[in-house]
Design a protein. Structure first.
Lengths: 556, 318
């Protein structure tokens, strides 16, 4: 959830600075919903992703992404979104709006490819693990310049990763690169990370580390300076952020737009009105229930990111009654009408979640399909086993942040189910900060949220989505090692496993164990819709909100 | 009068001290802090502690307030915890928006309220009067944000005469600036005018039957002069009090209107910085608004003596 409580939609997907998505790379990850008239909506299916053949879940690409041709140059794209950014450090970006802007200023060694759900080379031309798996060497792109004109070299890469390793910075991504032991600059265009061993996690984490100029930690938070397709212009708080075309961009021909202006409009009807009255060209991240309104109007188009990485899930307080009993947690899982939620509150544009990984993910365990399907009879039986016969004494305190209608709808749905079971459920609605405070102090029983699950690699999904891995002991569900003997060892093993077939088997085991424990019920993956005028071309919705505008152009 | 002014201005200091202390205290007491905002819900205690240390948030409350006060005394309002911008520059960018909006709203309110209030009082019981009091009642009942949505639906979405959102700075484009403020100002002004109208109508009704009005009429003074010089002028005195009080409403109403129309003013700055627990900005904004509020009240008091020379300012000529 976004940390701006005045934002009506869902925005905080904690994470990732993925690289920009360029050119012909990935249209399959997004689906155009036909606009105009009575065309039936295209299904929002995720791409069927074959299991990668090479280990490390990295495509063996060695060249820069190809560039789509045919766009018109010039113009200003005006993007309206629900919240303003709060700060300028790309290493600390953890809300949608920051990711969506910084992704155009900064680039990373590898970017998250939405079509394949893999990390592909960007500022690194290629990378290779040493024979002993104790290091990985990156060959960097040459001729790349920062916006201030200085060339990007291995020293900058070393500085960026060293800065990210600094725990006092407070970045959520520091833990993602914990497998790096030291960094060597081999020459200007080559950098080597010495590691504890082979690490799937490390490569998957590349899109989270923006490459910034050497020693620029204190200056980029005033004037952002990256290698990306757009340069920083200005930020007028609560009014707009403006970025301008980088004429010296290393991928020649891009970007098309002269400017992109991001306007924070917190009030939802006003934001919609901004598009309809012509003050905005694109509404970023609209409510799913608003999709039909724009879809039926020939002046607009709606583009959706596939529902593969944004599940609604829950934090459960596993250290106090009633959810200290596994049966009570299982009962809860059976009491969530997930299909009803998708159909009624997500406008059908979502997918029931059976695991933290989407059904289309290469590591998804197909055995889990159908697990915990809505069944109040089973839930009632389990409650009896847990010591709450007839739901008596099954009292649940739910916490939700204000300004997020879908969280409230989901909570209300579950509240009704709990009451049907004979229990009681109260919903406490607080502003986002208070909500975070209650969660971190464990003053709750149940709290729904929506989170990026790092689809780029299950090593991240299970190792670093802090609410589950027993290692950061203070995860919100207080899931600890003693609850699942062997679980974290399994997670660590899968993270460093090179053989893809073995990984699939390991993750199947992990998913089953995780779902059996019911420490974090999964509800549904959500498609992410964006509405825009038909003049906007080349927009490819980013699954993790690292939205690139490099290949966007205006057909006016 | 000078002494009076000096005294009143000195009074600003304790008022501001109390207000900023309370704001500091409240922001300290409400859960969450900027470190939470940066790190989100998944951060561990060590990480939070590291960020708090870096931001100086680990200092106890009285110490933070003392540091802040000494900075303010040197004319430094501080820097945002989050975005590295100084509070001065944030306020300098937001204050003109709110002042402009307030001023235009006041103009709109007066343009509606003064003629409507006077006419409805003079023609008490007529169709015009009923219409005015009727719409006035409606105006008081309707919340500003509702009116904003209705107006924006009609004039921005359907007729497309005015923009629904998007503020244009006066220095960039004067006409665009006015266009971007018309809907917000009309919204706020209309809501405000209903209050003004009622008070003005009541004031005029009170004065209408005073002896001096009858005398004036008996002397054969023209009706227009009677109304303007004898009735309206005297009715304005209680009205000014209301006006002073309502200016406070104007500033708080601006908070909602700025939110609805996405105007980058003081209200929105206060809200967004409160949401992110950006204490220095919250306190800075409140400080500036408190000073403005006190100054407005002072101005209203001074206006009394202009309108009615019988009212003497204490500390003045005796």
């Amino acid at each position: 959830v976004d940390h701006d409580p005045f934002h009506v939609e869902i925005t905080r997907r904690d994470l990732l600075r993925a690289g920009t998505l360029l050119g012909g790379a990935a249209v399959a990850g997004a689906v155009v919903v036909a606009c105009g008239g009575n065309a039936t909506p295209a299904p929002t299916t995720a791409p069927a992703t074959p299991a990668p053949t090479t280990a490390g879940s990295v495509a063996p690409a060695t060249s820069a992404p190809t560039i789509a041709a045919g766009g018109k140059s010039g113009g200003t794209l005006r993007v309206a979104q629900g919240a303003d950014i709060t700060q300028l450090d790309p290493f600390l970006a953890n809300i949608t709006t920051e990711n969506g802007i910084f992704s155009n200023i900064y680039e990373t060694l590898g970017y998250f490819d939405d079509a394949s759900l893999l990390v592909k080379p960007q500022l690194a031309k290629s990378w290779e693990w040493a024979a002993d798996n104790k290091s990985v060497t990156f060959a960097l792109q040459t001729g790349v310049k920062f916006h201030d004109g200085t060339p990007m070299t291995a020293n900058d890469v070393k500085y960026a990763f060293t800065r990210m390793q600094d725990k006092t910075l407070g970045s959520a991504y520091t833990a993602l690169i914990s497998d790096i032991v030291s960094i060597d600059v081999v020459d200007d265009a080559t950098v080597r990370f010495n590691t504890k061993g082979f690490s799937n996690k490390l490569i998957a984490a590349l899109p989270n580390v923006a490459i910034i100029p050497n020693n620029s930690g204190s200056t980029i938070t005033k004037t952002p300076n990256g290698t990306g397709p757009f340069k920083w212009v200005e930020w007028v708080v609560n009014d707009h952020v403006k970025i301008a075309k980088n004429p010296d961009y290393w991928q020649t021909g891009l970007p098309y737009l002269d400017f992109v202006v991001f306007q924070p409009i917190t009030d939802e009807p006003t934001r919609t009105a901004a598009l309809q009255s012509g003050q905005a060209d694109l509404l970023y991240n609209i409510a799913l229930t608003d999709v039909p309104q724009f879809k039926t109007d020939p002046k607009y188009q709606v583009l959706l990111a596939a529902p593969v990485d944004q599940p609604y899930d829950a934090y459960i307080n596993t250290k106090r009654a009633p959810f200290n009993k596994i049966e009570a947690r299982e009962a809860l899982c059976y009491a969530i009408d997930r299909k009803g939620f998708v159909d009624n509150f997500l406008g059908g544009l979502g997918d029931v979640a059976y695991s933290p990984l989407a059904k289309t993910h290469w590591a998804f365990d197909p055995k889990l399909v159908g697990k915990y399907d809505y069944d109040l009879t089973k839930a009632a039986d389990l409650l009896t086993q847990a010591g709450y016969p007839g739901g008596k004494g099954f009292n649940v305190t739910m916490v939700i942040p204000t300004g997020f209608p879908e969280h409230k709808e989901l909570s209300t749905l579950v509240q009704a189910a709990i009451q049907t079971l004979g229990g009681t459920a109260s919903i406490q609605e607080d502003d986002v900060n208070t909500w975070v405070d209650k969660l971190t102090k464990h003053e709750f029983d149940l709290g729904f949220d929506t989170d990026v699950k790092h689809a780029s690699d299950p090593a991240l999904t299970f190792g670093l989505t802090y609410l589950w891995h027993p290692d950061p002991k203070d995860n919100l569900s207080q899931f600890t090692d003693d609850m699942a003997p062997g679980y974290s060892a399994l997670v660590d093993q899968a993270s460093s496993e090179q053989d893809q077939t073995k990984r699939v088997a390991l993750y199947a085991q992990i998913q089953e164990q995780f779902m059996d424990l019911a420490v974090g019920p999964m509800v549904a993956f959500r498609a992410i819709p964006h509405a825009m005028t038909t003049a906007v071309q080349g927009f490819v919705p980013a699954i993790q909100f690292h939205q690139s505008y490099a290949s966007v152009w205006l057909n006016s | 009068v000078k002494r009076y002014l000096a005294l009143r201005l000195l009074n600003v200091i304790p008022v501001v001290l109390i207000i900023t202390f309370l704001v500091f205290l409240f922001t300290y007491l409400i859960p969450g802090d900027p470190a939470n905002v940066i790190l989100g819900p998944h951060a561990g205690p060590e990480q939070l502690a590291a960020v708090r240390l870096r931001m100086g948030l680990d200092n106890p409350f009285p110490e933070r307030y003392a540091i802040w006060l000494s900075e303010v005394a040197q004319g430094n309002l501080g820097t945002s915890y989050l975005n590295n911008q100084t509070v001065d520059s944030l306020v300098a960018s937001a204050l003109p928006v709110t002042l402009e909006l307030s001023f235009l709203s006041l103009v709109v309110a007066m343009l509606i309220a003064v003629p409507a209030g006077i006419i409805s009082a003079i023609r008490k019981g007529s169709v015009v009067d009923r219409l005015v009091t009727g719409t006035g009642f409606l105006g008081i009942s309707i919340p500003a944000f509702m009116l904003a949505i209705i107006l924006s639906y009609i004039f921005a979405l359907n007729l497309r005469w005015l923009p629904a959102t998007g503020f244009v700075r006066l220095g960039d484009d004067a006409i665009g600036n006015l266009r971007s403020l018309i809907l917000p100002a009309v919204t706020l002004g209309t809501v405000l005018s209903t209050q003004f109208m009622r008070y003005l109508r009541a004031g005029v009704l009170d004065v209408m039957h005073e002896d001096y009005v009858t005398t004036a009429r008996a002397k054969g003074v023209r009706e227009r002069t009677v109304v303007l010089r004898h009735i309206v002028r005297n009715a304005l005195i209680p009205f000014i009090t209301v006006l002073g009080l309502q200016l406070g409403y104007l500033l708080s109403g601006a908070v909602i209107i700025e939110q609805v129309f996405a105007l980058p003013g003081m209200g929105r700055l206060a809200l967004s910085s409160l949401a992110s627990r950006d204490y220095e900005v919250v306190t800075g904004v409140v400080l500036i608004m408190a000073v403005i509020f006190v100054l407005i009240n002072l101005a209203v008091d001074l206006l009394y003596s202009v309108l009615d020379p019988r009212i003497r300012l204490s500390g003045g000529a005796r």
